[in-house]
Design a protein around this ligand. Structure first.
Ligand code: GAP
Length: 445
């Protein structure tokens, strides 16, 4: 799909040029599948995380927040099944020493057989048969680098929630059904690189585990599926670009009774960016077994004891940011000129407005500065007085800034300014001292 690959190339280039995303350690040649967020990218991702947190924790009485550590007791990963099962089958090329996932679509033939061809060096018969490779990063805790000191960088945030489930339950005096939400870094030594920030080795997850009475898990699963799709609609993502995919038996993770992916149609095809999983009592039962601590819930009304079932919603903050960027990117022709626009929903746009003095004289910069100083106490806004006004608008279109506020000759006389809408290009005159409430109303989306 050459046209669509082109979109990704343009997006990657815009992301760097405007300060959304940079390659990690770029001056040293970069670090594979690791990315840094620049001034606009960090705002975008922060807005997404805050919106998620608000919808999960602040707007619901039955969900509590948590921030568990990245490093956990190594037994956690035995109990969770990650040490035994969090693996990808990989093949090596004996000639060029490159390593690939066994299902890499670029491989021709069957790895381990003479017909298989290395996708990098093109040698035939040099690919090994698939071997399992664990995706968890290992490190050592304490001063001695020995097997007994091995700890892992967590590959998902969920386990920090399970091992704290009783602590949170008791401290918050919640009753089942209730949930625990967490946002944090996760690490996976992924082997398939590419597609920009889609699959990275360090990323952030926004996960919520909802603990329910066995037998009610099916209903809650449907409830959370619907909620999560609505949340994505609320970000302004085009509905026709979103769909569910139910996992087949072969696709189901070791912990899952049922699972749906929420998929987005990226320029490189339909891909998952959120999972909604019915994890049954797998995780809590395993932690009870491995820790020897009772993790049962005593229902105060019926006096029944049971291990709760878990319905999980798990979405990547980075992958959602990529969805939002892909969905926002558009090129259009305005009066014979091409403009590139990041059409973010204003509520998640990194910058809410930019303030421009039309020219740098006649009292305009002073008034523009005053307006900027007033606005910045309420919103993330930008001041730009360099270049023609047309160029300044174009730069903000690329940054996805929904409103451009221009201070002109009339402003100095009557205190009004023009507010340009990024999408419609319409301009309206607004009193400078009404801007905070004017923008505030528009940004409530
Ligand atoms: N706790 C369940 C869990 O981790 P997952 O489907 O492996 O489930 C959930 O991951 C989400 O985390 C994915 O839908 C994706 O958005 C994000 N994610 C997973 N691996 C990722 C990676 N290597 N790079 C970026 N995001 C990733």
């Amino acid at each position: 799909m050459p046209a669509d690959n082109n979109v990704m190339e343009k997006l990657v280039s815009l992301a760097k040029r405007r300060g959304f995303v940079f390659q990690s350690s770029e001056i040293y040649g970069g670090l594979g599948s690791v990315w840094d967020y620049g001034p606009l990218g960090v705002e975008l991702k922060k807005n997404l995380k805050e919106r998620w947190w608000r919808s999960m924790v602040h707007e619901r009485e039955d969900i509590e927040g948590l921030d568990a550590a990245i490093l956990m007791h190594p037994k956690v990963w035995e109990a969770s099944g990650h040490i035994a099962g969090f693996t990808d089958p990989l093949v090596d090329c004996k000639h060029c020493k490159n390593r690939f996932r066994a299902d890499d679509p670029r491989i021709k033939g069957t790895p381990g057989e003479p017909d298989a061809q290395c996708p990098v060096c093109g040698s035939r018969g040099t690919l090994t048969a698939p071997r399992l490779f664990n995706l968890m990063f290992k490190t050592f805790m304490g001063p001695v680098e020995e097997a007994a000191a091995v700890v892992y960088l967590r590959p998902e945030t969920a386990q920090g929630i399970y091992v704290n489930y009783l602590n949170v339950l008791q401290a918050s005096r919640q009753k089942i059904p209730f949930g625990i939400a967490q946002v944090g870094k996760a690490f996976r030594n992924e082997i398939t690189p590419g597609n920009f920030t889609f699959r990275t080795r360090e990323f952030e997850q926004m996960e919520m585990q909802f603990f329910v009475k066995p037998g009610t898990d099916g209903e809650w699963f449907e409830f959370w599926k619907a909620q999560r799709m609505e949340w994505h609609y609320g970000l302004g993502i085009r509905r026709e670009k979103l769909r569910f995919h139910q996992h087949t038996k072969e696709e189901l993770a070791h912990y899952a009774k049922d699972a749906y992916d929420l998929e987005y149609e990226f320029p490189f095809g339909w891909r998952e960016f959120e999972g909604v999983h019915n994890r049954s009592d797998f995780d809590l039962s395993r932690h009870q077994q491995f820790s020897g601590k009772k993790l049962e819930y005593l229902d105060p009304a019926t006096k029944e004891r049971f291990i709760p079932y878990v319905v999980e919603t798990s979405v990547g903050a980075d992958r959602t940011a990529l969805v939002v960027m892909c969905d926002a990117y558009r090129e259009e022709t305005v009066e014979g000129e091409t403009r590139v626009v990041m059409g973010f929903n204003p509520a998640i746009a990194p910058l809410k407005a930019a303030v421009f003095p039309l020219v740098n004289k006649d009292g305009m910069p002073e008034l523009a500065r005053r307006i900027f100083d007033d606005l910045r106490r309420h919103f993330n806004v930008f001041y730009d007085d360099s270049g023609s006004i047309g160029r300044r608008y174009r730069r903000q279109d690329e940054a996805g800034t929904p409103y451009g506020i221009t201070v002109d000759g009339q402003s100095v006389g009557d205190g009004t300014v023009t507010v340009r809408d990024r999408d419609t290009l319409r301009q309206e005159r607004v009193a400078g001292d009404r801007l905070v409430s004017h923008l505030g109303d528009k940004l409530k989306m």
